[in-house]
Design a binder for this molecule. Structure first.
Ligand SMILES: Cc1cc2nc3c(=O)[nH]c(=O)nc-3n(C[C@H](O)[C@H](O)[C@H](O)COP(=O)(O)OP(=O)(O)OC[C@H]3O[C@@H](n4cnc5c(N)ncnc54)[C@H](O)[C@@H]3O)c2cc1C
Ligand code: SF4
Length: 512
């Protein structure tokens, strides 16, 4: 009886369920670098290098534990490049009697796996993924009979379930569940943001960088410098550095944006967490301890924990509850092509160019850049939701469909018609001006709407609201914006809409 235990690219955890009960003398653990998985969308070079390096290091750690490892490198001449091909080859070679795998993060892969038993002719056991803090069944039972699913209530339940930042069973520490309102400060002039740590490049990383440079030349993004952590020990160093040096100010500047500063006080842990090098509960506990020991204030700690215990689990619950129909949604009928400036072509909009630059160089931009710059622009300009989702999935090192899709389609584009958010995150250039220093570097003016040099976000913002007036006018949370629009008068309204048309024409002509 020899089990083949398959570890997927984002399951780089010693505690993954597919390794539970492993018999070192009989079983074989399999990891493979599959061309199919890295080219179905053209992933950022840094993301590929990070994952291949982390997988290779992980395989070495498992070998040290005495396990039998079958590791198929991308450039192995026999590598078929697909799950089906590699699993089939492995079953025949190791004479596996059954296959054990932890459920994948993506619907697409789960559908493939469901056919494996009949395809390969051996029993296939698909185990739950205990790295998440809510099961799909728990989420569905919480969501049942609710007219609207709102993060706030789900998050409270998670705090109670895991007893995080709780004074008693039902009372949150500090008497408030959320400190979001305190966490919206703009950047301060002369802010001194602690330097990030980096990690020594192993020979594994050097080899992987060469491979990625060679095989993925036409993928977006720069490969070097490469500073990613690639082992659990290194990822823990990243976490500790964040908790000790940055968490203190995370809250206040959570929504701030600053040119030349891609990271500000953000944790940069999403890639490690999503790939399995870190676990969500250990992160939340580390942050809670920082509050309890007086290292970081409550607004920062609560704000940070809410992202992981709340948003991350919430969007995953939504993904699995609504797939596959979710992926086909396009509630605002957005169909314009994705402008080339998302891939680095010239744009005069400084904020967009800066967010794309960070993305190209680091396979990272922080949440507010993703939501209020690239996401906001795409929503206001009616860019095709599938193209936008594909972009987000390709360019970020933390991107996997279960988390990217609800964030992009739901949160940023309002393309799911309000499943994730109760109103669109639409904002004009004034918001960006308030929360960043971008506008002072820009040739557009955030203070004007209809002038020749008006910030493109301004006209598009109003035009977007009016284009979708039927959907939004009666949304209570938006009544104030429509009452402002109504006060403009017909002439000004027409001028604003003309300006928006000019902006869209310029976008299509590649001169925005
Ligand atoms: C359009 C769009 C697309 C996104 N795509 C992804 C994606 O593919 N993968 C991904 O992990 N996150 C995604 N996010 C959420 C968020 O932007 C990133 O998790 C965050 O920027 C990662 O950087 P960080 O680790 O420094 O996060 P921090 O700001 O330090 O936050 C801490 C952690 O909280 C979690 N988190 C924060 N916000 C969210 C959220 N909205 N949903 C889920 N988890 C969250 C992440 O694990 C993150 O590491 C997306 C957001 C938007 C608006
Ligand atoms: S003026 Fe408008 S386009 Fe320019 S940086 Fe500001 S918000 Fe962006």
């Amino acid at each position: 009886m020899s089990a083949l235990r398959l570890i997927l690219t984002d399951q780089i955890s010693h505690t993954i369920t597919s390794l539970e009960g492993i018999k070192a003398e009989e079983d074989v653990v399999m990891l493979c670098e599959l061309m199919e998985e890295f080219t179905y969308v053209k992933h950022h070079k840094k993301k590929i290098a990070f994952l291949f390096s982390a997988m290779r290091h992980f395989a070495d750690e498992l070998r040290c534990k005495g396990y039998s490892i079958r590791y198929v490198k991308l450039d192995d001449p026999l590598n078929t490049g697909s799950f089906a091909g590699e699993v089939k080859r492995a079953i025949a070679q190791v004479k596996a009697t059954h296959l054990i795998v932890t459920e994948p993060g993506e619907y697409r892969i789960l559908q493939k796996m469901k056919h494996w038993q009949s395809e390969f002719g051996i029993p296939v056991e698909i185990l739950g993924d205990t790295r998440f803090l809510t099961t799909q069944a728990e989420f569905a039972s919480w969501a049942k009979n609710k007219v609207q699913l709102r993060l706030e209530f789900f998050y409270r339940r998670m705090r109670q379930k895991y007893k995080i930042l709780m004074e008693s069973e039902s009372k949150p520490i500090g008497d408030k569940w959320s400190y979001d309102k305190e966490n919206r400060k703009p950047p301060k002039a002369g802010m001194k943001i602690p330097k990030r740590i980096s990690h020594k490049k192993s020979s594994i990383i050097e080899e992987v960088l060469e491979l990625v440079q060679d095989k993925f030349t036409d993928h977006f993004g720069t490969l070097e410098p490469f500073h990613y952590a690639v082992t659990r020990d290194q990822a823990l160093l990243e976490l500790n550095h964040f908790i000790n040096e940055l968490l203190h100010d995370f809250g206040h500047y959570q929504d701030a944006m600053l040119s030349g500063e891609p990271y500000l006080y953000h944790s940069l842990i999403s890639s490690y967490l999503n790939a399995g090098l870190l676990l969500p509960l250990e992160i939340c506990k580390a942050a809670e301890n920082a509050y309890l020991s007086g290292k970081a204030p409550l607004n920062s700690v609560e704000g940070f924990i809410r992202q992981i215990l709340g948003w991350r689990e919430f969007v995953r619950g939504i993904y699995w509850m609504y797939m596959p129909e979710y992926g086909e949604k396009n509630d605002l009928a957005a169909t314009n092509p994705l402008p080339d400036f998302y891939w680095g072509a010239k744009t005069n909009m400084f904020c967009v160019a800066e967010a794309v630059r960070h993305t190209r160089d680091h396979a990272y931009s922080h949440h507010i850049q993703r939501l209020m710059i690239t996401g906001n622009f795409a929503m206001l300009a009616g860019i095709n939701v599938k193209a936008v989702q594909e972009w987000y999935l390709a360019v970020y090192s933390d991107a996997y469909e279960w988390v990217e899709m609800p964030n992009t389609l739901g949160m940023a584009l309002y393309g799911d018609g309000g499943i994730v958010g109760s109103k669109p995150y639409a904002a004009s250039g004034k918001y960006i001006h308030r929360m960043s220093d971008y506008c002072k570097h820009c040739q557009y003016n955030p203070e004007v709407v209809t002038e020749k040099n008006a910030c493109p976000f301004n006209g598009l913002y109003w035009d977007f609201l009016v284009r979708h007036e039927v959907k939004f006018r009666h949304n209570q949370r938006m009544s104030y914006v429509f009452s402002t629009w109504d006060k403009f008068g017909i002439e000004k309204q027409q001028a604003i809409r003309n300006q928006a048309s000019i902006t869209l024409e310029k976008m299509k002509a590649g001169i925005l």
